[in-house]
Ligand binder design. Structure first.
Ligand code: SF4
Length: 228
């Protein structure tokens, strides 16, 4: 780890000592469902809909007996109908393959409909206490801007962050980057002028702002135009 990277991690820890999940959940099933709902939706919105949902469908057994049409009215403000379909189908698989309990390995979790690495890592980290770095859009952007990672995919970013950050800090470091992405290092208008990490930040000293999502899109466009 370089001195800059160490300074950045120390700076993030100092900025967000109480960083934690902003989604509300009390057990692995709720963590799983809330995280599925949070894709492309705000945590605040998810927190508005889950109390009624978990009151009426408190576990995988109850949810597995429902139809997506039963669930959609509860969650429609969180977006796509596919989320209701995935929640019901994931609950059915939990009942059929995992004895009604949310599984606790990455391999098993990612077999569930609608569950990718990020969602699985959230469940592992915050329901089972297994260190993980779920890479969402904020972690992807902020880690690559800061120079903690240098990658164009979330998978590569996750691998690089796990190699760099001490294992006991993985889950917390993920929260630090989400907090920083939401509060300071915004996607379109990062507030570099007021960012205390600016002295060590790679993007702040680059020719142009690093935006990994944008970079991926530009490269795909360039590839297409070469093939055309
Ligand atoms: S200096 Fe700018 S780009 Fe770097 S972390 Fe801070 S806000 Fe983001």
């Amino acid at each position: 780890m370089t001195q800059n990277q160490q300074a950045i991690l120390d700076g993030l820890a100092a900025l967000y000592p109480d960083a934690g999940p902003e989604l509300h959940f009390t057990n692995p099933f709720e963590t799983l469902v809330a995280t599925i709902l949070a894709a492309q939706c705000t945590d605040a919105r998810v927190n508005q809909v889950t109390p009624a949902l978990f009151r009426d469908y408190p576990d995988a057994r109850a949810m597995a007996q429902a139809e997506p049409e039963d669930i959609f009215p509860y969650v429609k403000s969180c977006g796509f109908k596919s989320k209701a379909v995935n929640i019901v189908n994931a609950s059915r698989m939990i009942m059929e393959r995992f004895g009604g309990e949310v599984p606790s390995t990455l391999e098993e979790l990612t077999q569930l409909p609608g569950v990718g690495r990020k969602t699985a890592n959230v469940v592992l980290a915050f329901s089972f206490g297994i260190p993980a770095i779920p890479v969402d859009t904020h972690v992807f952007r902020v880690s690559n801007r800061l120079g903690l990672a240098d990658a164009l995919t979330v998978e590569e970013t996750e691998q690089q962050l796990m190699a760099l950050i001490p294992r006991e800090q993985w889950s917390q470091a993920h929260h630090w980057m989400i907090y920083h992405g939401r509060r300071v290092c915004h996607s379109q208008k990062p507030d570099c002028a007021h960012c205390t990490l600016q002295p060590w930040c790679k993007a702040a000293h680059a020719d142009r702002m690093i935006n990994p999502k944008q970079e991926v899109k530009e490269r795909a466009r360039a590839r297409k135009s070469i093939q055309a």
